[in-house]
Write a protein that binds this ligand. Structure first.
Ligand SMILES: [Zn+2]
Length: 265
């Protein structure tokens, strides 16, 4: 009996030693706040690690779970028929889509340079699309992705409530000067809670939110359960992390971290 106990103890010790570095490594950077745009491109070899699948479309598993929950809420509000059109895209796929758009524009008479500039207003060049993260979702009712989606019941619902499920409308109509992307009411980005709630409250884009947190260094968000989230910016990762940490996401080129903690009142 004693032997079994000792064996179990040794086994646990062994497993702890083996898995502890792996766990802390995984907890280091969720990537949920990674900014991807024309100035911050992903390499051609970047692939997200946690890909799930919804109706044959690959996406980050956290975004998938949140999307499923959100669909249920929409349905209970009587809004049906919203589906995923596109989510995770590889670098190569983005390359193909971008080149196709340039060719279409050149066929209309654009010069090669003008076509590239014009194309990049609606299609992100390879490496510059956050679809490569698996955290961006294009949603549709009828297969089309047009501005008029924002006027549909589904589009309005997403505008008003998608932040409750960790999503933001990534390219709002009044922020095209910041995002450099036209209004895309169908394009959702998963950033998780509480970031989506804060971004919505402060009416910011992801670009603006990341700069803001970096500037203020700490931000407290109270939720309806009288608990609060503390979002902090840190240049380096603390050696010891408290159990209250719910998310860590690095900023671009590891220029710091946004550490999110949840605390009970
Ligand atoms: Zn999109």
């Amino acid at each position: 009996m004693e032997r079994i106990k000792i064996f179990k103890y040794l086994l646990m010790l062994f497993l702890t030693i083996i898995f502890l570095p792996l766990q802390s490594h995984a907890a280091n950077d969720s990537g949920l706040l990674w900014l991807v745009n024309k100035d911050n491109r992903l390499s051609s070899s970047f692939e997200p690690v946690e890909l799930g699948e919804h109706q044959g479309i690959k996406l980050h598993s956290a975004a998938k779970d949140a999307f499923m929950q959100m669909l249920k809420a929409m349905q209970s509000d009587g809004i049906h028929g919203l589906r995923l059109q596109s989510a995770y895209r590889t670098f190569n796929y983005q390359h193909t889509v971008f080149n196709k758009r340039i060719k279409e524009l050149m066929a209309k008479g654009y010069s090669a340079i003008d076509a590239e500039i014009e194309a990049s207003m609606s299609v992100q060049p390879p490496g510059a699309s956050e679809h490569q993260l698996g955290l961006a979702l294009d949603v549709t009712l009828d297969g089309s992705l047009t501005e008029s989606f924002g006027e549909t019941r589904a589009g309005k619902w997403l505008e008003e409530r998608s932040h409750e499920y960790g999503f933001i409308i990534r390219y709002p109509s009044k922020k095209t000067d910041v995002t450099q992307i036209v209004y895309e009411p169908w394009h959702l980005r998963y950033v998780g809670i509480p970031h989506s709630l804060i971004i919505n409250n402060l009416d910011l884009t992801l670009e603006e939110y990341l700069s803001y947190i970096k500037e203020v260094e700490a931000y407290i968000y109270w939720d309806e359960y009288n608990e609060y989230y503390l979002v902090t910016y840190s240049e380096a990762l603390p050696v010891e992390l408290s159990h209250e940490v719910v998310d860590i996401s690095s900023l671009n080129k590891k220029s710091g971290y946004i550490i999110t903690m949840r605390k009970g009142y």
